[in-house]
Ligand binder design. Structure first.
Ligand code: GLA
Length: 378
């Protein structure tokens, strides 16, 4: 059951629930630097946390129903465990409560308040930030021992079982274990990981293409099914086991291209994690975009245009779509002193093509650049 809260937007737990929260926890969004669509193939990824975070506050409730309020959506949703709410944002939290209960957490009836500045639907993992924050706050409230990897695993299960996306584990591992200063090199098969510094004299810029995407509605699940089919035909349990690109030649054309992307993308991640050189890292990002566009067919024309504008700017080392694709954001590795100038120039050119982009990361420039250029969304 859902009811819009009352008239104006409220902005505190106290205003919605009439008392103070017992516990609060946060988790960040992430931007993936390299390694796209490799995580559900047992491959390698290289995400980094962004500054924007989701914060969840909770309190025990005397009611029979859970109450879940989203400040961003100004919506309150009521539900009981065992009957999933229909509101999309609520299914992530509901899924986390159900998964926590399944591993033995005694989940009391709760009042829950969500606050977030992670951009939604842009490929920066607002859903993983929500899930990990929900599980962290539940851990704090109940004292149930869940380590950070376990939290990521439960969060992934929640997303798969309750939000209908057969995602890999990258986003939840990034939200649970990554920091904003170093990238997280993760082997998604073994969950071995280490932190990797950005190359010297480089910084990350993320621009939104303005093209909305939804994971469940996009080709995401279809790509995953294609990879599983290719692995089956090649006689391996995941495409991570394929190192020789030429093996793809034995497959029907489109399946072969999917395999080529996964094999080449894994190699790019491993190379980037070693190179410690911004020019080389940038070239690997450019190659990743070409592979996502041509072999994986996960791009859209607007993303290609924005990526080309970034790639041709003299102070950009490399750029690519980031996240699932089919819309959403682009990530670029840039000269740190030029971030603002790059974003202004690129978004002006994007705007002159009749397209509307905006800065997502670094977040403090969202406002600074919002007035520059007709094409910038506020
Ligand atoms: C989404 C999924 C991730 C990953 C990326 C593509 O973000 O949630 O698991 O598959 O797409 O790399």
């Amino acid at each position: 059951m859902q009811s819009r809260f009352y008239g104006g937007r409220v902005n505190s737990f106290e205003a919605v629930f009439g008392n103070s929260p017992e516990v609060v926890a946060r988790a960040p969004g992430r931007v993936n630097l390299l390694g796209e669509h490799t995580d559900y193939n047992g491959g390698y990824v290289l995400p980094i946390a962004i500054e924007q975070q989701t914060s969840i506050s909770m309190n025990h409730s005397n009611s029979e129903q859970y109450a879940l309020y989203s400040e961003t959506l100004d919506d309150i949703v009521y539900f009981t465990l065992g009957k999933s709410p229909t509101e999309h944002f609520a299914t992530y939290v509901y899924g986390c409560l159900m998964e926590a209960r399944a591993v033995g957490v005694k989940v009391p009836v709760l009042d829950i308040y969500i606050q977030s500045d992670v951009p939604m639907g842009a490929g920066l993992s607002s859903s993983a930030a929500l899930e990990v924050a929900a599980l962290r706050v539940l851990r704090a409230l109940t004292g149930f021992p869940l380590d950070d990897v376990r939290i990521a695993q439960l969060a992934q299960r929640a997303e798969m079982q309750y939000a209908g996306v057969r995602c890999g584990i990258m986003d939840q591992m990034a939200a649970s274990l990554a920091g904003t200063r170093k990238a997280l090199l993760l082997d998604t098969l073994t969950l071995e990981r280490r932190l990797v510094p950005l190359p010297p004299a480089s910084a990350v810029l993320v621009l939104d293409s303005g093209v909305a995407r939804t994971l469940a509605g996009s080709g995401y699940n279809q790509r995953r099914a294609e990879c599983e089919e290719a692995a089956r035909r090649l006689g391996v349990s995941t495409l991570r086991d394929i190192q020789e690109v030429s093996l793809a030649d034995a497959l029907p054309e489109s399946l072969g291209r999917r395999v080529r992307h996964i094999v080449s993308e894994n190699a790019r991640v491993l190379r980037a994690a070693e190179c410690n050189n911004a020019e080389e890292f940038g070239m690997l990002m450019n190659a990743s975009h070409a592979s996502l566009r041509d072999d994986y067919e996960a791009s859209v024309p607007q993303l290609d245009q924005l990526v080309t504008l970034l790639q041709t700017h003299p102070d950009v080392y490399g750029a690519r779509l980031t996240g699932a694709g089919f819309g959403g954001a682009c990530v670029a590795l840039c000269k740190p002193e030029s971030l603002q100038q790059i974003s202004e120039a690129v978004l002006q050119d994007y705007s002159s093509m009749g397209l509307k982009g905006r800065v997502l990361v670094p977040p403090h420039w969202v406002n600074r650049t919002a007035t520059v250029g007709a094409g910038l969304a506020s």
